[in-house]
Design a protein around this ligand. Sequence first.
Ligand code: KG4
Ligand code: ZN
Length: 341
Amino acid sequence: MIILAIESSCDETAAAVSRNGREILSDVVYSQADMHALYGGVVPEIASRQHAEKVSLVAEEALRQAGIGRADIDAVAATCAPGLIGALLVGANFAKACALALGVPFIPVHHIRGHIAACYVADPALEPPFTALVASGGHTVVIDVQDYTRMEVLGASRDDAAGEAFDKIARVLSLPYPGGAALDRLAQGGDPGRYRLPRAGVHGAPFDFSFSGLKTAAVNLVHNTAQKGETVDRAALAAGVCQAVADSIVPRVIEAALHRGRKTVAAAGGVAANSVLRAQLERACRENGLSLCLPPLRLCGDNGSMVAAQAYYEYLAGNIGTSAQNCYATLPASELLTQQV
Ligand code: KG4
Ligand code: ZN
């Protein structure tokens, strides 16, 4: 089954073509990051307009690189939630129009489910059940993946996602947008023990996180140091933040896997590209006898392959969209993965 999939939930206009889910025939990403960098963050209206300008080109390029024609497409998929609403609507309506014109099904895909599916693309042998960490710009979630479309949220951030904390802290350190990757680079060689930073636990909720305390502590540290006329050790602070995020996330993911008796952990989302988090996950999984799926960096950030892969499993489960399919900016954490978009 050949699926053309569109991803447009934030600032990447992406399209991919998959055969039977995991076999990726093409993967095209147009990043708007340079455009948003001028403003220090994603400007929603600019994102929507950029998607509108680029989505047809990106989709046509995906078909060209896959070496297929329109008649070969069996279904068209798109991310429908969560994300920037204007951005989602451009990609989803483009995909719905393609499906209508081709007379094939339209498959709506939940962005978090898509991120998890990047792990299927990265590791052809990976099959549920497993424990997934999805750490993106807007979400930090620990999920028990019971089947390709049946999942349970075990823990989530109560306030800021790790990605949001990274981006805010990067901004006060005058790093260019997108901040997380730049902060990761700055952290190389910094002393992670130089500054004391809080770890993100929630009392009575063993798998939940809270990153707003870390964000505030780091931002205050930069401002207080400036007020005293001193200079902050930027590399040490960046290293300390990476360490604090990894220390907060990794034990909870391992605990969740052991709690559910899972043998495998899979990590996904833009923050899963973080070098300290990756190293710590590798070590902790090894020490606890768990196997780990850690997708390459290009599959951690938003891309079309993950949507194309998940769409196949949604199709098999009968999760087909109607012509009235809408998009949603947010969904309650409790419903994040238990209901289809
Ligand atoms: O999954 P993603 O590409 O988009 C969303 O769905 O949000 O995640 C973007 C997030 C941003 O917060 C970005 O700063 C962060 O991932 N990120 C990183 C790294 N690369 C991207 N955070 C820490 N270290 C990195 N290397
Ligand atoms: Zn994402």
